[in-house]
Design a protein around this ligand. Structure first.
Ligand SMILES: Nc1nc2c(ncn2[C@@H]2O[C@H](COP(=O)(O)OP(=O)(O)OP(=O)(O)O)[C@@H](O)[C@H]2O)c(=O)[nH]1
Ligand SMILES: [Zn+2]
Length: 291
């Protein structure tokens, strides 16, 4: 039975990529009965007489599953933030990083609009914080042609979604990565008077030996599904030393003999990251229960 990966879902068809060819498939009837919806990113087995008429027969277990956009098995999130316009926002960056970590997705941080020495100076201390944690950080600007070769190196063999605040340059980057994508950037969509974020299908595009979603990911930045004990797991620099805390399940807040707090006091862990952690923890602890 051939295996492949769904790279596009549109009008009830699933487009399965397998060994260099794309097969247009329908889902098996039993999926609807079992309320299973195949997703872009799914690893599937299928059968097809020809490239127009196939059936998806089974879906492999998913490693993760994003809701908006609906994509399964995402390996990497390219989190884009800008040095200016909009202003660099480390709180928002940490929010993205937590959501990405919670979904077992690897982050790649791209800071855009580092157009000159002034911007470089402004973000250098932040860059150091994230690189120390082990996150890759790539700086881009118009002049350096968006550091495409550096970014492309991270795309091979992965499914990547691009995430980030409005206006940071996600569409600009995607268009540079593959001009065939021709995604509307802000200026164009505004001048045409069309609303942004019009509903469109999700599609994975092959770029630099990997697959990149053409629709930005993580539209909701709330920690809806995250419990308080999962939050420290989303900070790799806490994860690394928390076995040294006196209490198992230490939330690194008021507990005595907490290794994380000690590391913050020593400057080993960034105080800014720790402040954001406390803010997120508070948010989770005061969240209204859902029924
Ligand atoms: N100076 C500078 N401007 C940039 C850079 N990248 C993008 N821009 C500009 O930033 C603006 C917003 O870019 P977009 O690509 O539309 O941003 P986006 O993240 O896709 O925004 P949304 O579609 O609203 O989510 C445009 O005017 C771009 O020309 C950069 O590296 N340097
Ligand atoms: Zn602790």
């Amino acid at each position: 039975m051939p295996v492949g990966k769904i790279i596009k879902a549109l009008s009830g068809f699933y487009y399965v990529y397998s060994e260099g060819e794309v097969y247009q498939c329908r889902g098996r009837g039993v999926f609807r009965k079992q309320k299973i919806t195949p997703l872009v990113g799914d690893e599937v087995t299928f059968e097809a007489e020809n490239q127009q008429e196939g059936y998806v027969l089974s879906i492999e277990d998913r490693r993760n599953e994003l809701v908006r956009p609906p994509i399964a098995n995402v390996d990497q999130a390219l989190i884009m933030t800008s040095a200016k316009n909009p202003d660099f926002n480390p709180l928002l960056l940490d929010r993205f990083l937590v959501l990405v970590e919670a979904n077992r997705i690897e982050p790649l941080i791209v800071i855009s609009k580092v157009d000159g020495p002034k911007e470089k100076e402004k973000i250098s201390s932040f860059q150091a914080i994230y690189e120390k944690i082990g996150y890759p950080v790539i700086l881009t600007s118009k002049e350096t042609d968006m550091a495409l070769d550096q970014i492309e190196k991270h795309l091979a063999d992965k499914i990547t979604v691009v995430a980030g605040q409005s206006g940071v340059g996600k569409s600009t980057l995607l268009n540079h990565l593959d001009s065939a994508l021709s995604i509307e950037t802000n200026e164009i969509s505004e001048s045409l008077g069309r609303g942004k974020h019009t509903t469109r299908h999700v599609e994975l595009f092959e770029i630099a030996g990997g697959l990149v979603a053409d629709t930005p990911g993580f539209s909701s930045l709330e920690f809806q599904d995250l419990e308080e004990d999962q939050l420290p797991e989303c900070f790799p620099e806490f994860r690394e030393i928390q076995h040294l805390c006196k209490f198992r399940g230490c939330l690194h807040k008021k507990e005595p003999k907490c290794a994380v707090k000690a590391a913050v006091d020593d400057g080993e862990i960034s105080g800014l990251r720790y402040d954001h952690y406390l803010q997120f923890l508070e948010e989770i602890q005061t969240r209204k229960p859902r029924y």
